[in-house]
Unconditional design. Sequence first.
Length: 167
Amino acid sequence: MKQILHVGCGGEHLPPWLAGAEVRLDLDPAAEPDIYACMTDMGDIGPYDAIYCSHALEHLYPYQVPSALGEFWRVLVPGGVAIIIVPDLEDVRPTEEVLYVSPGGPIAGFDLFYGHRASLQNNALMAHHTGFVASTLGKALTEAGFQSVRTERQRGWNLIGLGLKPA
């Protein structure tokens, strides 16, 4: 079975039909990851067929993003894919205006920029230190060496970036 590295997994798991493929990595021991590491220095791990990183890259500082994407590149097999989901900050303002209601409560523009306030009260690691729009996420993936880079804006202020490591 293919191996998927779930970077910044938090308490979330991939869907059950991918359970045998998932290897969970997180910096927070409370997430009970398979690998306890920072995405900017994942250690001697890999290789993996895919990287799935949902709502974690924005927790890094801008200068750390190239290191994290370099680590993604390093641990992927040739032909592997990186799938990254981040908040889409295009057309969002850091205000109190509620954009949508999530299972964790109302989400305002302020939360997309700086981190969900309710989550921050319990865990400072949930702060957002950088942000992306389609062009900046695509540029970051391209500069990290990924090819066939695509970004797509999704409903609910999500932005998906895909990049392939050349075979």
